[in-house]
Design a protein around this ligand. Structure first.
Ligand code: HEM
Length: 391
């Protein structure tokens, strides 16, 4: 358990921190920069445009200081602010609205069922690899109007590009190679779609905006790239984390089996307790005062979501899974102008998986021996999740 005054948000046990302020301090300085621990301050930082995403700096620290990958990151939606950000966010938001997500439910269900049909449920299954990892890339293919047979490639590329966030510089060649593959894949897909004729999907819409001169060719590629890297790997881990959390609480699982309308609330509560994105890192673009502390321009500011989500000032009995929790708004998808654009879709994907399990396998259990869930680089992750579907 982390209990020192200096809180390292990337420590292997940071996610087990009890949550909220240390000795009444909701923001702490350390060798890594600043860590924001309290819910209220975390929200204030995430909403403040004077804090910029640190992904570009991270790339530069990895030695990626120029070239197409660096250029892509610098002009991508997560790095730009104001009008340029809206210009990139608005076309994508059209495909992420509550109505669109609702209309996608049937497709999500078909995807989950298709994966389930491949399973041998007579013995425990490794849920993360056989189910959770496969869903989001299939959803991306649906969004982008790509053949479902592209899904394994999409999954692999997304996992390798986002390995930047594991903060391990030895991965630089892997990351560069993955982006090369990603750009080439999307170039090819855009070409194929032009040949076959544009459809109703997100990529067709982006291409059409390009043709109308509303987005540049480079922006079309940048948008599709951002969505591919963002949509897969976090959703896969988060889905497995939610299933792991819910299956291990038998009272909650029983309540879900008898009343599936409780599933959305259960998913949010699991997202609060075990957020895939345990840390959202930003950089101060000018001197900014936060909670009485002046953060100097250029400083790293790490919003410790896993601490804010368990802040006793905001959540009563924060360590408890409470299916009836009111005003439950964890920061797992961040907040403010850069809040996760795909959060509605991600939640729907996870709800569909849980709904399917509850309905088809109400007695499913986690096999603890063979399950490894942990943290690294400010993220909760599932190595393996062994589930006995018909114990
Ligand atoms: C459970 C899975 C997911 C988690 C935990 C997650 C979390 C996040 C977080 C923490 C941010 C950064 C916010 C910030 O910098 O303040 C973000 C941004 C973003 N996410 Fe997600 N995300 C998930 C799934 C998805 C999906 C499925 C999509 C698309 C289909 C998506 C698209 C995006 C985009 C485009 C951004 C950038 C938004 C902007 O900068 O304006 N995410 N996500």
């Amino acid at each position: 358990m982390t209990n020192a005054r200096v809180f390292d948000p990337f420590a292997p046990d940071a996610g087990q921190h009890l949550g909220g302020a240390f000795d009444d301090q909701a923001i702490l300085e350390g060798p890594f920069g600043y860590a924001v621990l309290g819910y209220e301050l975390a929200g204030a930082v995430l909403r403040d445009r004077r804090f910029q995403n640190s992904a570009l700096r991270l790339m530069e620290q990895f030695g990626i200081t120029d070239g197409p990958v660096h250029d892509f990151r610098a002009r991508s939606i997560i790095m730009v602010e104001g009008e340029p950000q809206l210009r990139l966010r608005t076309p994508l938001a059209r495909f992420m609205s509550p109505v669109t997500v609702k209309n996608t439910r049937a497709v999500l269900r078909t995807i989950v069922e298709a994966i389930a049909d491949d399973l041998d449920d007579s013995a425990p299954i490794e849920f993360h690899n056989t189910v959770a990892r496969r869903i989001p890339s299939m959803v991306y293919c649906h969004l982008a109007g790509a053949p479902m047979s592209d899904a394994p490639k999409v999954q692999s590329i997304s996992e390798r590009t986002l390995s930047l966030l594991s903060r391990d510089p030895s991965l630089t060649p892997t990351i560069l190679e993955a982006y090369d593959e990603l750009f080439a894949y999307l170039d090819d897909l855009i070409g194929r779609k032009r040949e076959e004729g544009l459809g109703e999907d997100m990529l067709s819409y982006l291409i059409a905006l390009g043709d109308e001169g509303k987005l540049t060719e480079l922006e079309v590629l940048t948008e599709a790239t951002s969505m591919l890297e963002a949509s897969s790997v976090n959703t896969a881990h988060q889905a497995a984390l939610v299933v792991w959390t819910l299956l291990r609480d038998r009272n909650v699982w029983k309540r879900l089996s008898s009343d599936p309308t409780l599933i959305p609330a259960a998913v949010v509560e699991a997202l609060r307790l075990y957020p895939r994105t345990g840390v959202v890192s930003k950089i101060a673009t000018e001197d900014v005062e936060v909670g009485g502390v002046v953060i100097p321009r250029g400083a790293d500011v790490h919003v410790a979501v896993w601490s804010a989500n368990r802040d006793p000032e905001r959540f009563e009995n924060p360590e408890l899974f409470d299916l009836d929790r009111e005003r439950n708004q964890p920061l797992t998808f961040s907040t403010g102008p850069h809040n996760c654009l795909g959060q509605g879709l991600a939640k729907a994907e996870i709800e569909e998986v849980v709904g399917f399990l509850v309905e088809r396998y109400p007695n499913a259990t986690v096999v603890e021996d063979g399950t490894r869930v942990g943290q690294a680089g400010g993220r909760w992750l599932v190595d393996t999740l062994l589930v006995d579907l018909k114990p």
